[in-house]
Design a protein around this ligand. Structure first.
Ligand code: GAR
Length: 197
């Protein structure tokens, strides 16, 4: 059974989908704690599923390094096999990435390496592309630049807004995330072969 710590910053709808998947006793992973860099709205899902939370607000620290050290200490308390960034909108310092790699994955609402960063859906819309996508990657010390574990194309439809496109992207992201964690738990994906550069 793979022990997961999931980190969020926002509403946590993808986290919710993972929690629902992990309710199935056949699913080989369990969320043991949910963390955030703020009092995230998505903590409501933690409460609904009876899962402990921790928050380490970025503003309470002198710099990224000391904030990251506290995040790492909180994560390690739970001794996770895998850390899942699910809408976690803050970059870790390299010290944290190095400490957890390659056992930290991230979901991204674009077909990486296209449109990395905090606005993957908006950037794809503005670029006028006919299709974008969703990706699950290993976290490295760059911005959405780690090894790709799973990804899928999603068409941009005429009249799409950022919200309508993001909603469709998230449907795919959830499926990819749940499948990728399953593949890691069952050994179909070996993260040690995917170490970030
Ligand atoms: C997801 O689309 C996730 O890929 C994205 O934030 C959303 C979180 O949605 N993350 C990034 O853009 C990271 N660069 P949720 O809070 O409803 O799960």
């Amino acid at each position: 059974m793979l022990k997961l710590v999931v980190l969020i910053s926002g509403g946590g709808s993808n986290l919710r989908a993972l929690l629902e998947a992990a309710r199935d006793t056949e699913y080989p992973a369990r969320v043991v704690a949910i963390g955030a860099d703020r009092e995230a709205d998505g903590f409501e899902h933690a409460e609904a599923f009876g899962i402990p939370t921790f928050s380490v607000p970025f503003g309470g620290f002198a710099d990224r390094e000391s904030w990251g050290a506290e995040m790492l200490a909180q994560i390690r308390q739970w001794q996770p096999d895998l850390v899942v960034l699910s809408g976690f909108m803050r970059l870790f310092p390299a010290s944290v990435v190095d400490a957890l790699a390659p056992h930290m994955i991230n979901t991204h609402p674009a077909y990486l390496p296209e449109f990395p960063g905090a606005h993957g859906v908006r950037d794809a819309l503005r670029a006028g592309v006919e299709q974008t996508g969703a990706s699950v990657i290993v976290v490295d010390s760059g911005v959405d630049s780690g090894p790709i574990l799973a990804q899928e194309r999603i068409p941009v439809l005429p009249g799409d807004s950022e919200a309508s496109l993001h909603d469709r992207v998230k449907v795919v992201e959830r499926r990819l995330l749940i499948q990728t964690i399953l593949d890691i738990a069952t050994g179909r994906i070996d993260l040690t072969e995917k170490s970030p550069a």
